[in-house]
Design a protein around this ligand. Structure first.
Ligand code: GPK
Length: 833
């Protein structure tokens, strides 16, 4: 073979149209060249991972080519750019997505098969980049896909965690966390850019000084330590476009200057040890979802990536526009929750201390540049940093926050002269006890736009969590209902269904999801319905195989696949789902001969390592599975599966194979949910409460095609107001009583009778998530679900209608709304070569 000929390592892109055969042989040549020249491997010794890497490099090369042309076009057009700042980007694997977006998927499959390689197997070699916890991080990833697909100039700024979300192991039914060494075989998708390094300060003190030739006093920050940020760029392709945007993730390294003293003093080891402290900043993702960690390192992470990103934005802006005066005309910075909210103070610091702006001018630029998205109503998730810690780490920012607060509260006082309580609530500083900086207040004051992520959530924000800000500035508020990318969440994860849809209505749905409505015209076509059902069945078979391979449980692919996959949280009520499973089991034990609709109840999700109650729920699911799956009375009519280590890759297997989507959070607690959208897009029916985006999903798909149950937000509030008494449900509902009694009996915890007492206590003492109150309605609704599933033709029709009517929840729609209403950015398509 001619492996040693030095030819370019990229695949031919567009340009001269190659015939299929020439394209295949060129792909093969590129792979062999990659193996040889990039990885130093002979074909003979190459394993599947080597081929994966070779393929990844080939795809990356093409993306880089497009990226370079994209950057040129954006600069030439002086385009306004979106900077999406997020502490998390849960991107999922890149290779399959890259191939699809480049339109190379099928060609590549054939080219590989030609050499005896299976594309699916190579795709499985890619490590999962788990740089996020759950919904918030995955939303950022879907947004990046849509931004590029819509040709909007955008950069995602975040953190290159060396360890992503932990790997979840299950040992004796308990969750055990293992470190996620996702970089151990290298990451072919990133390019380090040491040439764009920036320096970041921490700690120390501030001082007043006089600038040369200036009468005014200035403040300067004398840090105790500096850290270097190195950008790592990941190209983000869009579907069917030449544009390629960038995800720019920052890695912390030791500064060169600070250790010199130590070196000079002969303290070589001390200096190197210091280096490690700096590098800790981007070492690991905090695995808490919706709970704050008041840890110093977490604040360091937040400030680090935001400060790096702002320097980068300013460098680019000055390159193209010369002055920061017009920053807001060319830059829209979106804060994904409060994690990057320190950016408000940092931009003020940069403008005032480094670029000599007056306060008023700097403040105007800052407010016009930032937008803030809130993702939760849960009070324990609102970030607040101790003033002590803040001042120690960011002394200059604390001064600036005090000044922002001073001016802000003066303005509030004019508007509400005799309302000290309101002032106290609006203040950026929480008083009483340990004083704390309220990051949500900082984000609200520093942004021109504030949004929630579903209609209900935005309404509740306005009425509750951010009520005072809403009364002050109603025009700042808007709703932007979340969405998902149909490329990853249908085209890529469910190729069979995607093909059936495209054969039926054409493929415009891929970039215009509303076009799925055309499927409704085929509802009465029996051939179409059968094809639809057959695909779901095939997907279920393939999931059944995966379940058997991973946890050794044999499930019946003809049973209803009833699936709840999301982070484990009390408010998401996985517990209520388990209680339902136990109730079904009790019925089988009591009346073994009764007719039942077979179910496979599947759970997946990680519990935060410090969240004891969530971890106990994981154990309960596994314990119930042990009993139910091994009791001959059940006779295969009920199976319970806990799939360990739920992540994006696993999600891509689960959504296409699901019949029933569990969206059962306590009303008023789930800001939006996005898994709910992925299920419906793949033709699963939802059992759900009127919470988050469920409300809008039900509106879209029709009440007849959605299994609704449970208290509304108002009813939950009313119930709590009069004093919710969970005991009365226990006393009056014999099935519920029996279910709790069985847990208390120790059936699921042999040898450890008290193991689940905390769960029973929580249910019977205060039941803050209203599991007891909603239980009867949930069980009754589940019976309705079972009866409906028995009428398979009716079920399939409902499933098709769910897919057909889910178009609103495309992230393309969400992003178009942000672009028009908040960012004021326009598409800048890159011309083909
Ligand atoms: C909200 F506040 C948070 C958080 O810390 N992490 C997180 O994943 C989720 N979220 C909400 O819980 C979901 O309802 C929502 O769909 C998602 O953010 C995206 O907006």
């Amino acid at each position: 073979s001619n492996t040693t000929t030095e030819v370019p390592l990229s695949l031919e892109s567009a340009g001269v149209a190659l015939d299929a055969e020439a394209q295949v042989s060129q792909i093969q040549q590129a792979l062999v060249n990659n193996l040889y020249w990039v990885q130093g491997k002979d074909e003979q010794f190459a394993n599947a991972h080597d081929y994966y890497t070779a393929l990844a490099h080939s795809v990356r090369n093409q993306l880089l080519q497009k990226r370079i042309r994209t950057a040129k076009t954006y600069a030439q057009e002086r385009a306004k750019t979106v900077y999406y700042m997020s502490a998390e980007f849960l991107m999922g694997r890149q290779l399959g997505n890259g191939l699809i977006n480049l339109g190379l998927y099928d060609t590549m499959r054939h080219a590989l098969a030609d050499c005896g390689l299976d594309l699916d197997e190579l795709l499985e070699r890619e490590a999962e980049p788990g740089l996020g916890n759950g919904g918030l991080g995955r939303l950022a990833a879907c947004f990046m896909d849509s931004l590029t697909t819509l040709n909007l100039p955008a950069v995602g700024y975040g953190i290159r965690y060396e360890f992503g979300i932990f790997t979840q192991l299950i040992r004796q039914g308990h969750q055990v966390e293992a470190p996620d060494k996702w970089l151990s075989y290298g990451n072919p998708w990133e390019i380090a850019r040491p040439d764009y390094r920036v320096e970041i300060k921490f700690g120390g003190h501030t001082e007043v000084y006089k600038k040369d030739g200036d009468d005014d006093y200035q403040v300067r920050w004398i840090p105790a330590q500096t850290v270097i940020g190195i950008p790592h760029d990941v190209p983000v392709p869009g579907y069917g476009t030449e544009n390629v945007n960038l995800l720019r993730l920052w890695k912390a390294e030791a500064g060169e200057a600070f250790d010199l003293d130590a070196f000079n003093a002969g303290d070589y080891f001390g200096a190197v040890a210091n280096k490690m402290i700096s590098e800790n900043i981007t070492k690991v993702l905090y695995p808490n979802d919706e709970t704050r960690q008041g840890k110093e390192l977490r604040l360091q992470q937040q400030y680090f990536f935001v400060a790096c990103s702002l320097q980068d934005i300013i460098r680019l802006h000055l390159r193209d526009h010369g002055s920061l005066e017009n920053l807001a005309e060319f830059a829209a910075i979106q804060l994904n929750d409060t994690h990057p909210a320190i950016g408000v103070a940092e931009l003020m610091r940069l403008l005032i201390d480094e670029y000599n702006f007056e306060w008023a001018a700097a403040w105007q630029i800052t407010q016009r540049t930032f937008g803030y998205t809130n993702h939760t109503l849960m009070p324990e998730a609102l970030e607040k940093w101790s003033v002590d810690l803040f001042g120690k780490l960011l002394p200059r920012h604390l001064e600036i926050i005090y000044e922002i607060n001073h001016r802000f509260l003066a303005q509030v006082k004019l508007r509400y002269p005799n309302d000290p309580d309101r002032l106290e609530r609006l203040s950026l500083i929480e008083e009483g006890g340990e004083r704390r900086v309220r990051m949500a207040n900082l984000a609200c004051v520093g942004s021109h736009a504030i949004n929630g992520v579903a209609a209900l959530h935005t309404e509740l924000l306005k009425q509750e969590v951010l009520q005072d800000f809403y009364e002050l500035w109603p025009d700042k508020f808007s709703n932007k209902t979340n969405g998902i990318t149909p490329r990853r969440w249908l085209l890529q994860c469910n190729p069979r269904l995607a093909q059936l849809i495209s054969e039926t209505i054409g493929d415009s749905w891929i970039t215009n999801l509303d076009d799925l409505k055309q499927l409704e015209a085929h509802l009465d076509n029996e051939v179409f319905r059968h094809a639809w059902q057959a695909i779901k069945q095939e997907n279920k078979w393939s999931l059944a195989r995966y379940i058997h391979d991973t946890v050794g449980i044999k499930v019946n692919p003809d049973s209803m696949f009833d699936v709840q996959i999301k982070r484990i949280h009390e408010y998401k009520r996985q517990l209520m789902n388990v209680l339902h499973v136990i109730t079904l089991y009790n019925r089988m034990v009591q009346n073994p001969g009764d007719h039942v609709v077979p179910r496979t109840v599947i759970f997946g999700g990680k519990a935060a390592p410090g969240y004891a109650m969530a971890k106990l729920v994981v154990k309960l699911v596994n314990a119930v599975a042990d009993v139910v799956n091994n009791d001959p009375i059940v006779a295969g009519r009920l199976k319970v599966v806990f799939l360990p280590n739920y992540n994006v890759s696993q999600a891509q297997r689960l959504f296409p194979a699901s019949d029933l989507s569990e969206q059962i959070s306590t009303a008023g607690m789930e800001a939006s949910g996005t898994g709910n959208m992925k299920f419906a897009l793949n033709g699963a029916l939802t059992i759900g409460t009127l919470d988050g985006a469920n409300v809008e999903i039900r509106e879209e798909v029709g009440a007849d095609n959605f299994f609704l149950f449970g208290l509304t937000t108002e009813q939950v509030a009313a119930c709590k107001a009069v004093g919710h008494n969970p005991w009365c449900y226990y006393d009056t509902n014999p099935e519920l009583k029996r279910t709790l009694d069985v847990i208390a009996s120790g059936l699921f915890s042999p040898g450890e009778p008290d193991l689940f007492l905390p769960i029973l206590d929580s249910l019977l003492v205060d039941d803050p998530y209203m599991v007891m109150a909603d239980f009867a309605a949930y069980v009754q609704c589940q019976e309705h679900v079972s009866r409906t599933y028995e009428d398979r033709d009716r079920w399939v029709r409902m499933a098709i209608l769910n897919t057909a009517r889910i178009g609103k929840f495309s992230a393309d729609r969400t992003i178009a709304d942000y672009a028009r209403e908040i960012w004021k950015v326009k598409a800048v398509p890159v011309a083909g070569e």
